[in-house]
Each structure stands twice: as C-alpha cells, then as structure tokens.
Write a protein that binds this ligand. Structure first.
Ligand SMILES: *[C@@H]1O[C@H](CO)[C@@H](O)[C@H](O)[C@H]1NC(C)=O
Ligand SMILES: CC(=O)N[C@H]1CO[C@H](CO)[C@@H](O)[C@@H]1O
Length: 363
C-alpha cells in the first residue's frame, strides 16, 4: 500500500479499474448540474477515481476520507489510539472533541483527507498555482485558501489545502463579527480584481473560515466567528478567468450567457456583460443574505446592498468602490453597535429570519 507505484503499475491498475480517472482537469466537474441522473453517475465515476488514487495519496502521507454507500457524507478514517492533534493556522480550529469530523461531498473535485499528524485537509484536483505565487501570496488581502503543497500524481497536480468549513455554516454572534466577515470578502475581491482575476462562481459554498466542524454539529455551533481568531477564504477557482493586468474592468465576455444567472435568480442580460461586474453581483447577493439582516442596526446596509445587487451595467460598483463604501459605513459604527448581539441569521426578500441558536450559545 505504501510504495509509490511505478508508471507501468499505474497503467496496469488503471486498465483493471476501467480507466477511472478523468482525462482532463475539466472532466472532474459536473457535466450539467441541472439534471439529476448525470450528476449521480458523475459522482459515482468520481468516487471511483478518488478510490483509485487512494494508495498514491497514502504513499504521500494523506489518508483520504471514506464515503459510506448511499450517502453524501465523507468520513475521516479514524486510526485507533490516535488523539486529536492541535490544529494551528493554517489548519482549521477543531471545534469538537470527537474525531468524527464528518464532511459533506459537495464538489467532485474536492475530497477530505487527514495528513500524517491527523490534521484535516482537503485535496483539490484543480491547482491554484497563480494565487500561491509571490507577490500575490503575501498581500494582506489574499483571502484565498492557503495551499499546503502541490502533489503531482498520475496525470494531475493536486493541491492540498487545510480543511476550512463553510464561512456561513455557523451563526454569527455580534454585529462586529458580521461586518468583519463582509469586509474580508469585499477585500478579497478588491485584491482579485486588482490583479484582474475573476472568480465567476462566488457562492456561499465556495467560502470557508478556519474551523473544522463535523457536519452533525453545525446547527449548534456558535462562537466560531470571533474576529481575533477567524480567517476567511475564498476557494474553488475552477471557473476563474485571469486577464492581463491592464484590462479595463468594464471588459465584456462573449460567453456571459453561460454564467450562473439562473442559479442566482437574475434574468440573463441581453448584451455582453463584464465578468468583474458579475463577480460583484454574485458577491453582493451572498453578502446581502448573510449581512443585510442587521439592517435594523445599520440602516445604511439597505442602499449599499440595493446597489451591489443591481445588475444594470450603469449601476456598477467596482470591488474597490464597494470596499471603500463599506469601510465608510463601518467607520461610523460605535463600539456599542459593534458589540451588539445579533438575533437574526439570514435576509431573504426583505425579511430577516431569527437565529436558530440561543444568543449565548447552545439551543
Ligand atoms: C460603470 O458604468 C459607467 C456608466 O455607464 C461606465 O462609464 C463605466 O465604464 C462602468 N464601469 C465598469 C467597471 O463597468
Ligand atoms: C489567507 C491566507 O492564506 N493568507 C496568507 C497571505 O500571505 C501571507 C504571507 O505569505 C500568509 O502569512 C497568510 O497566511
């Protein structure tokens, strides 16, 4: 199991397994996410590919999580007698004692694993070299997931990243926690767009914070967003476009119709659209959902999000403008506003829903 397989061995094994690994990086992705049949089939194929690659990861010190039959869960393989390691940055904070850090299978390209010390990581079949090279790496606004190492295996380069669970999976306790999170993501896009990197698929499931929580415990978890110990990161750059640095932000893209408009309930524009503005719309919609519910405490969030989520091209907000406007709003907040406990969770169609957990923590 531990020996590194030779090229010939790989080929023999691949024939035996019926050529399970996708031929190109793109083929790891969903064929068409809107039909259920092909998606299930695709996941089965991808599961086989990950299992096929399991010994290769093991030989490099990573034990892939296992997927129980007929389930969308991924479970860490628990080695008897091993105690939970302390997970220091860049690894996610361990919120619960038990080692059963259950994960949900969300994207075919991403699989959980534990490293030699038992720390939780995720392995992505699409690498992010461009974000992990200097000077981008050391910019304070580089809120992109840190790559621990790149593993060339078989025909691919896999990126190993610390496992950081969803940024919005757990509830926020104070106004400051909510605004700190929003500011971080606005900064992240200011940074990406300054370097003319478009994400093009910003969704709540593509952002994390530095905690590792079993999916069973998510609904009871609070206290994971304290600004002093929380970092946020954008991940999943599988659909990103990188333009030359002198490209105007108003540039349009001929394939604008293929972006996730429907998914976000926006009418597909009839004219070519700027990918940078699409990013800002996508960011605005996610942040509006998780931030605007405190509009009763910060009324200026209303007009801010109305503008951010307006798809009209002339109403554009660049990332830099949006960040500056948000920072202006933040600068007027008093310490008592910032420390105010939030009692709401989500903003949807003008209504702020109540949080699920009690204000002090547990249900
Ligand atoms: C924003 O809209 C204005 C007015 O239509 C236009 O001049 C400008 O180029 C646009 N900027 C971006 C970044 O799209
Ligand atoms: C979120 C993140 O990975 N930030 C990194 C930005 O770059 C500096 C310097 O390389 C790192 O220390 C941070 O961890």
């Amino acid at each position: 199991m531990q020996q590194i397989l030779s090229k010939a061995n790989w080929l023999a094994r691949s024939i035996l397994w019926g050529f399970p690994t996708p031929a190109t990086a793109e083929e790891w992705d969903f064929p068409n996410a809107e039909e259920e049949g092909p998606v299930l089939e695709h996941f089965q194929r991808i599961e086989k590919a990950w299992n096929f690659l399991r010994p290769a990861f093991a030989s490099r010190g990573y034990v892939l999580y296992e997927k129980p039959k007929n389930s969308w869960d991924l479970l860490p393989v628990i080695e008897p007698g091993r105690t939970s390691p302390i997970q220091a940055y860049p690894y996610g904070r361990r919120i619960h004692e038990s080692d059963n850090a259950k994960m949900t299978l969300l994207a075919p390209r991403v699989w959980g694993a534990t490293d030699r010390l038992g720390r939780h990581v995720v392995i992505n079949s699409k690498a992010l070299e461009f974000l992990n090279s200097e000077p981008l790496r050391s910019d304070p606004r580089n809120h992109t997931i840190h790559v621990v190492e790149f593993l060339p295996i078989y025909n691919f380069i896999f990126a190993v990243m610390p496992r950081w669970d969803g940024a919005f999976d757990t509830e926020f306790d104070t106004v400051e926690e909510v605004t700190y999170c929003a500011q971080t993501f606005l900064e992240a896009f200011d940074f990406l767009h300054e370097h003319r990197i478009c994400h093009l698929d910003f969704l709540a499931q593509n952002v994390g914070h530095n905690v590792c929580i079993s999916q069973d415990k998510i609904d009871d978890s609070t206290g994971t967003h304290r600004p002093s110990e929380t970092k946020y990161a954008v991940y999943d750059f599988g659909g990103a476009i990188i333009y030359p640095e002198d490209t105007p932000l108003s540039i349009t893209h001929p394939e604008w119709q293929t972006w996730g408009w429907k998914l976000r309930n926006i009418l597909v524009p009839t004219e070519p659209y700027s990918p940078f503005q699409f990013d800002m719309l996508a960011l605005g919609l996610v942040l509006q959902r998780y931030v605007r519910h405190i509009e009763n405490i910060i009324p200026e969030l209303g007009p801010f999000f109305d503008r951010m989520t307006d798809p009209t091209p002339s109403k554009n907000f660049t990332a830099q403008e949006a960040l500056a406007e948000f920072q202006r709003i933040q600068s007027h907040l008093t310490p008592s506003q910032l420390s105010q406990r939030v009692t709401t969770r989500i903003w949807r169609k003008g209504v702020a829903s109540k949080r699920l957990t009690g204000i002090e923590g547990k249900k």
